[in-house]
Write a protein that binds this ligand. Structure first.
Ligand SMILES: *[C@@H]1O[C@H](CO)[C@@H](O)[C@H](O)[C@H]1NC(C)=O
Ligand SMILES: *[C@@H]1O[C@H](CO)[C@@H](O)[C@H](O)[C@H]1NC(C)=O
Ligand SMILES: *[C@@H]1O[C@H](CO)[C@@H](O)[C@H](O)[C@H]1NC(C)=O
Ligand SMILES: *[C@@H]1O[C@H](CO)[C@@H](O)[C@H](O)[C@H]1NC(C)=O
Ligand SMILES: *[C@@H]1O[C@H](CO)[C@@H](O)[C@H](O)[C@H]1NC(C)=O
Ligand SMILES: *[C@@H]1O[C@H](CO)[C@@H](O)[C@H](O)[C@H]1NC(C)=O
Ligand SMILES: *[C@@H]1O[C@H](CO)[C@@H](O)[C@H](O)[C@H]1NC(C)=O
Length: 526
C-alpha cells in the first residue's frame, strides 16, 4: 500500500477521491494510537474499511495509466489523459459529526481536448453588463452598497467558496444558485478568480438606474448586484437562475436531464399532428399583464385560437405534479411565452418544445434571450394584444412549413446554445470578468461558512427531490474541454445594428398583423 500511495502522490493527474481515502487510511495506521477520541476512530474504521479495499483496485488501474503518461517517447498530444473523478465524499465528518469539505479537490485545470469553438452570441453581453464598472473598478465601498439588496454574500478564495446569508430566499432559489456555482468550481478548478459578490434572489432587479447617476459622486458607480434577470433601466448583473440545477418545489428537474426529456417528448407528436392552437399554462396571478392575457381565451366575434390554462400549484402538488410534466406539454403547434412578475424560468421549456413560440414582448431578460431574433427563433407578439396571437396562429396554420422552421430554430437555440456546458462557460466568463474588476482585498467574513457540494448534499438523506436534483446535476469531473472562445463584445455601432435588426423584424410582423386586421374589420363592417 505504501508504494501505491507514492505513485498516486507523484502524479499530476490525481484521483482526488482516492488520494483522500489513501491518506485517511495511512493516517489511521500511523496515528490511531495517539488519537484520543474513540468514537471518531470507531466511525472512521467502519467507513474506512470498505474504502481502503475499494481504493486498492483503483490504484492498480491508475498506476498503469500514470506510467503511460510519463513514458517520454510517446507524443504527448496523443496520450489520453486521466479524467479526475470527484464524486461526493460524504465520509468527512468533523468532531461534531457534521460534514466538512474535502481538502483535495483538484486545483488545476488541464483540459484533455483543445477547443476552438466560439461561444454562442449571448456571451457578447457579458462585457456589456460589466461595462459600468470598467473605469472605476469595484471598491469595497461600491460593493457594500449592494448589501441591503442581497440575500447572501458569496466569497471565492483560492477556489473555495464561502457564504454569508443575510435574508431568507424564496424556496430553494439560493440553495441551487450556490450549488450551481459550486459545480462551476468543480468543472473549472483554478479558473474562477478570488472574488466577493452579492446576490439578489427576488424576481425583480434591485439596482435601478434612476437612483444611480454619474453626476452624483455619492452613488457612482452603482453597486454591483448579481441577479437572475436584467432590465434596460437596471444595472443588475444577469446570471443563470437556479432552475438550471432544479426547482424541486414544483418538480422541475435540472436542465441537463429535463432538456433530454423534452427532446424525447418532442418526438411523441409530430408538428403537423399537434393541436393547431396556441397553448399556455401558468399562474395568471403574478402580474397584471398575465391577468389581462387570460382574457384572450374568449371572444364572441371569432375563435381566439388560444388555449390558456391556469396552473394551480397547490392542486398539482397534491396530485404529485402528474398534470404539469413539462415534457408532456409540447402538444400544440404554438406555445406562448409571457413573463410573470419579471423574467420567467418557463422560457427555456417553452422555446424547447419544437412548437413556434409566440413571445409576448418581455421587459425583463435572462442571460440567454438577448441574442434571439424574432421570426428566426420566435414570433413576436405585442403586450396586451390578443389579436396578435390569433393572427400568428392563423398565419402559422396557413404557412405550416415556415412556422415549423421557426419552431425548430427556437428549439435548436435552446438545445445547442443552452447546453449546460455553455451555461457554465457563461458563468465562468462572467465571474472572470467580474473578478478582474475587484479593487478590494477579498476577505471571508467572520460569519461566513465554507460551503461545498458535500456540505450541501450529504446531510440531505430524506430521499427527496432536493437531493435528487443535486445528485443529477453534480459535476463529476473537471471538464475535458476548455471553455468556448469568448466572442468579441459588441462594438457600439454593432450593438445598435443588432438591436435595429431585432426591432425591424418586430415592426414587419406588426405591419402584417395590422394590415390583416384592417381588412378583417372592413369585411365585418360590410
Ligand atoms: C491489476 O493490474 C493487472 C495488470 O493489468 C491486472 O491483471 C489485475 O487484474 C489488476 N488487479 C486488480 C485488482 O484490478
Ligand atoms: C504530435 O502529434 C501531432 C498530431 O499527430 C503533431 O501535429 C505533432 O507535431 C506531434 N508532436 C511531436 C512533438 O511529435
Ligand atoms: C462543535 O460544536 C460546538 C458547539 O456547537 C462549536 O462551538 C464548535 O466550534 C464545533 N466544532 C467544530 C470543529 O465545528
Ligand atoms: C464629484 O467629484 C468631482 C471630482 O472629484 C468634483 O469635481 C465634483 O464637484 C463632484 N460633484 C459632486 C456633485 O459632488
Ligand atoms: C380557455 O379555453 C379552453 C378551451 O377553449 C378551456 O378549456 C380553458 O379552461 C379556458 N381557460 C380559462 C382560463 O378560462
Ligand atoms: C389563412 O388562409 C385563409 C384561407 O385562404 C384566409 O382566409 C385567411 O385570411 C388566412 N389567414 C392569414 C392570417 O393569413
Ligand atoms: C456575526 O453574527 C453575530 C451573531 O449573529 C452578529 O452579532 C455579528 O454582528 C455578525 N458579524 C458581522 C460582521 O456581521
Amino acid at each position: 500500500m505504501g508504494e501505491s500511495r507514492y505513485v498516486v502522490r507523484s502524479t499530476r493527474f490525481q484521483h482526488q477521491k482516492q488520494q483522500s481515502v489513501v491518506s485517511l487510511c495511512s493516517k489511521l495506521a500511523n496515528s490511531w494510537v495517539t488519537t484520543t477520541i474513540f468514537i471518531f476512530i470507531f466511525f472512521i474504521l467502519l467507513l474506512g474499511a470498505s474504502h481502503c479495499r475499494l481504493d486498492m483496485v483503483a490504484i492498480n488501474t491508475s498506476t498503469l495509466q500514470v506510467s503511460s503518461i510519463f513514458s517520454k517517447n510517446i507524443n504527448k498530444t496523443t496520450i489520453p489523459k486521466i479524467i479526475t473523478k470527484i464524486p461526493l465524499d460524504c465520509t468527512l465528518l468533523n468532531n461534531n459529526m457534521t460534514q466538512t469539505c474535502p481538502s483535495n479537490y483538484p486545483t488545476k485545470f488541464e483540459p484533455a481536448i483543445s477547443s476552438s469553438e466560439t461561444c454562442p452570441d449571448y456571451f457578447r453581453w457579458i462585457q456589456q453588463d460589466l461595462k459600468v464598472w470598467q473605469e472605476t473598478g469595484i471598491t469595497r465601498e461600491t460593493l457594500e452598497r449592494a448589501k441591503p439588496n442581497a440575500h447572501f454574500r458569496l466569497v471565492i478564495k483560492s477556489g473555495r467558496l464561502y457564504v454569508d446569508h443575510y435574508d431568507k430566499a424564496y424556496q430553494t432559489r439560493d440553495v441551487f444558485t450556490i450549488w450551481g456555482i459550486l459545480q462551476l468550481l468543480r468543472m473549472y478548478p483554478g479558473q474562477v478568480p478570488d472574488l466577493e459578490l452579492l446576490f439578489l434572489c427576488h424576481d425583480r432587479p434591485g439596482i435601478w438606474k434612476k437612483y444611480f447617476r454619474k453626476e452624483d459622486n455619492a452613488t457612482w458607480p452603482p453597486p454591483p448586484l448579481f441577479h437572475y434577470c436584467g432590465h434596460r433601466d437596471a444595472y443588475d448583473i444577469v446570471f443563470p437562475d437556479w432552475s438550471f440545477w432544479g426547482w424541486p418545489e414544483v418538480n422541475i428537474k435540472e436542465w441537463n436531464k429535463l432538456s433530454v426529456a423534452i427532446k424525447e417528448g418532442n418526438k411523441k407528436v409530430k408538428w403537423e399532428d399537434r393541436v393547431p392552437y396556441a397553448y399556455w399554462k401558468g399562474n395568471p396571478m403574478v402580474s397584471i399583464a398575465r391577468r389581462n392575457f387570460m382574457t384572450c381565451n374568449v371572444s364572441d366575434k371569432y375563435d381566439p385560437m388560444v388555449r390558456l390554462y391556469v396552473q394551480d400549484w397547490k392542486r398539482e402538488t397534491r396530485a404529485g405534479f402528474k398534470g404539469s410534466n413539462l415534457e408532456d406539454q409540447c402538444t400544440h403547434r404554438y406555445k406562448i411565452y409571457i413573463e410573470g412578475n419579471a423574467w420567467s424560468v418557463s422560457e427555456k421549456y417553452i422555446l424547447a418544445c419544437d412548437s413556434m413560440t409566440l413571445l409576448i414582448k418581455p421587459e425583463f431578460y435572462d442571460f440567454f434571450v438577448r441574442s434571439m431574433i424574432p421570426m428566426e427563433h420566435y414570433w413576436p407578439i405585442r403586450p396586451n394584444n390578443c389579436v396578435d396571437l390569433k393572427f400568428a396562429v392563423e398565419w402559422g396554420n396557413n404557412n405550416t412549413d415556415k412556422a415549423q422552421v421557426i419552431g425548430r430554430q427556437g428549439s435548436e437555440y435552446m438545445m445547442k446554445n443552452l447546453e449546460m456546458k455553455y451555461v457554465y462557460d457563461y458563468m465562468l466568463y462572467m465571474l472572470q470578468g467580474y473578478g478582474k474588476l475587484m479593487k478590494l482585498d477579498v476577505t471571508v467574513p467572520e460569519n461566513a461558512t465554507e460551503v461545498c457540494s458535500e456540505t450541501m448534499a450529504c446531510p440531505i438523506t430524506d430521499g427527496g427531490l432536493i437531493r435528487q436534483c443535486m445528485d443529477d446535476s453534480l459535476v463529476m469531473s473537471p471538464s475535458v474541454k476548455p471553455a468556448c472562445d469568448l466572442p468579441q463584445p459588441y462594438g457600439d455601432g454593432e450593438l445598435k445594428r443588432f438591436l435595429e435588426k431585432q426591432e425591424n423584424a418586430e415592426r414587419e410582423v406588426e405591419k402584417w398583423t395590422d394590415e390583416y386586421w384592417e381588412v378583417q374589420s372592413k369585411i365585418l363592417q360590410q
